[in-house]
Design a protein around this ligand. Structure first.
Ligand code: SF4
Ligand code: SF4
Length: 64
């Protein structure tokens, strides 16, 4: 029930961070990470994970 950002593919564009309804995304060392304790895959807020929807890199944010 949480998504993960593949750090090696994340460009650090920051597009995902403000879209998260749970404030689960933060910057760490130039790329971004998702706190699995906070990520609900957007359930109850949106039909689809918003971070995936806005991320310009295909396959950067995946299910764990
Ligand atoms: S799936 Fe939703 S809750 Fe989880 S990190 Fe992405 S935007 Fe936040
Ligand atoms: S939108 Fe994608 S590439 Fe941009 S910071 Fe978030 S995970 Fe990284």
């Amino acid at each position: 029930m949480a998504l993960k950002i593949i750090a090696s593919t994340c460009t650090g564009c920051s597009a995902c961070e403000p879209e998260c309804p749970n404030v689960a995304i933060r910057e760490k060392g130039g790329t971004y990470i998702i706190d699995p304790a906070k990520c609900t895959e957007c359930e109850g807020h949106y039909d689809d994970p918003q971070c995936v929807a806005v991320c310009p890199v295909d396959g950067c944010i995946v299910k764990v």
